[in-house]
Design a protein around this ligand. Structure first.
Ligand code: SF4
Ligand code: SF4
Length: 451
């Protein structure tokens, strides 16, 4: 039996899981939604509706053009008010369909459970569902289900770690829908012929582990049930939920530099993703809603919400309780968690498929301390779970040293933020390393156009 092992590096930020025991509020009161045609990694969809069209819930409004891509569906019923370009919350300039909701949420007649007999139909159905990884990166799930040539998945790893501070959306998913999570895991194992599944839950969320174990016990006695589903309680360390760390912690396999989990025969799915799969197989309702954690010092009532995709972020914040009066003019909104999230630079952006949290911080936390000179303390080196040398990468990125960045494996950086978190000089390490990756991409494009 494999003995659990843990990765080196990592940090111990305050978990700030303030919303663990607040039931999720389902919010629908949005007069208008703005749905971007790109909410995934991959080529954007082509918008197939126009101003004045009537649309229904679950109707496809964005069609994939090239692989890997997933369709976009309407999250409300109503009238298309405009189709225009804008900078979405993903930071990219994309085509957006603005839809005025009629408030009735009438479903499109095509929304019905998919008919699936085999692996290919399962993958095709997940593509049609518009599903992307709900753990934060937005890669189309159907594309992840197809291992590379010569590889076969032998283990499904389910990420229920919720290791990033503040975020409790996945915890709530476990507590509210443990049956659907186990059902989704079994469906993936069945259709993809994966013999073993391992669920990873951090130790500070025993309630999530308990309800999942209870469900597992129940299905043991079901005919044809996969019983090779295990649950492991993981130590509390960030970034336990990052794919490479989780795979190592749960299987002992090291994903090679530049590689992915499929290289070690492991498929990793987020707990919300497997729950969605279960629900979609039963109802055929595509990915049109998102569960989000709303937290931060400037909010009146931290909570979890379930909102239609495309709901304007300011409206979501107001509907969930709003911002404290004294913080109104100075808030900083982060999409995602406090370690890996990105600051929102436009107030009227909308909810997209893959962000799990909206953090609203007040004046004190919104202040970015000035950078000081690196004192070569090596704290960033010790904290890096990928065993990179952040201070050197930072220097190289600032000097656009492409060769050096490649030699020091900049692309293995998972942008977890551990280095910046421990840095006494408050260096903008993640930002700088991210720029380094962009320099490499740009240099490649330049080279290709020269050839
Ligand atoms: S932690 Fe900051 S100050 Fe220390 S070596 Fe790294 S970059 Fe330099
Ligand atoms: S270099 Fe990248 S992977 Fe390493 S700690 Fe910094 S952000 Fe995380």
């Amino acid at each position: 039996m494999f003995k659990l092992d843990y990765f080196s590096g990592g940090v111990y930020p305050n978990p700030n899981k303030n919303t663990l025991f607040y039931p999720t509020k389902r919010l629908n009161q949005f007069p208008v939604v703005r749905i971007p045609m790109s909410m995934h990694i991959g080529p954007p969809c082509s918008c197939i509706v126009k101003k004045g069209d009537q649309v229904l819930v679950g109707q496809m409004i964005g069609e994939p053009t090239k692989e890997p891509s997933v369709p976009v569906h309407s999250s409300v019923s109503g009238t298309v008010r405009s189709v225009h370009k804008e900078v979405a919350s993903s930071g990219r300039s994309v085509v957006v369909a603005e839809i005025e909701s009629d408030g009735h949420f009438t479903f499109h007649p095509d929304v019905k459970p998919p008919v699936i007999h085999n692996r290919n139909e399962f993958i095709r159905a997940l593509r049609d569902s518009g599903l992307v990884g709900l753990g934060g990166l937005g890669y189309p799930t159907y594309a992840k289900l197809q291992p590379k040539e010569g590889r076969k998945f032998d283990t499904l790893v389910v990420n229920a770690a919720d290791s990033e501070p503040y975020i409790t959306a996945d915890f709530r998913q476990c507590v509210d829908h443990p049956d659907e999570i186990i059902d989704g895991i079994r469906a993936v194992m069945r259709y993809l012929d994966i013999p073993v599944a391992r669920i990873g839950v951090e130790k500070n969320k025993p309630q999530a582990a308990d309800v999942l174990l209870y469900e597992l016990e129940k299905v043991k006695h079901t005919a044809g049930a996969h019983t090779s589903i295990y649950l492991d309680r993981l130590p509390l360390i960030y970034p336990q939920g990052a794919e490479k760390m989780l795979v190592y912690s749960l299987t002992g396999r090291k994903i090679p530099s530049g590689g992915e989990s499929g290289d070690v025969n492991v498929l990793v799915l987020n707990v919300s993703t497997v729950r969605f799969i279960s629900k979609y197989l039963k109802t055929g309702i595509p990915l049109i809603r998102r569960r989000l954690t709303l937290d931060g010092s400037a909010l009146r009532t931290p909570c979890n919400v379930n909102v239609p995709i495309g709901a304007p972020i300011p409206d979501v914040i107001s509907a969930a309780g709003g911002i404290l009066d004294e913080e109104k003019d100075s808030v900083k909104i982060i999409l995602g968690g406090s370690m890996m999230g990105v600051a929102l630079d436009r107030a009227d952006a909308s909810v997209i498929k893959y962000y799990r949290a909206l953090l609203v911080f007040g004046k004190k936390e919104a202040e970015v301390p000035p950078e000081a000179v690196c004192i070569r303390c090596a704290r960033c080196l010790k904290a890096c779970p990928m065993k990179l040398v952040p201070a050197t990468l930072d220097k190289m990125a600032r000097h656009k040293d492409i060769e050096g960045l490649e030699q020091y494996h900049v692309r293995d950086c998972i942008e977890c933020g551990c280095c910046a978190y421990v840095c006494p000089a408050k260096r903008y390490l993640v930002q700088s390393i991210r720029n380094g990756k962009t320099h490499i991409k740009q240099a490649r494009i330049k080279e290709e156009t020269r050839q």
